[in-house]
Write a new protein. Structure first.
Length: 49
C-alpha cells in the first residue's frame, strides 16, 4: 500500500469520529472520543428486546 493511501478502517474512523451518539445514561458522546486514548470496538445493535 502506498504511503498516501489510508486503510478502509482508518477512513471509516475518520468519517465517524465527529458523530454524536447517546450513551447508556442518555448523555451525548462524540464517537471519536471513545477511541481517542485507546482502541475501541464499536457495535451497532439493530434490534434488541
Amino acid at each position: 500500500m502506498s504511503r498516501n493511501r489510508q486503510s478502509p478502517d482508518r477512513l471509516a474512523a475518520e468519517r465517524l469520529r465527529d458523530i454524536d451518539v447517546l450513551d447508556v445514561d442518555g448523555r451525548s458522546v462524540r464517537l471519536g472520543g471513545l477511541w481517542h486514548e485507546r482502541p475501541a470496538v464499536l457495535v451497532f445493535v439493530r434490534h434488541y428486546g
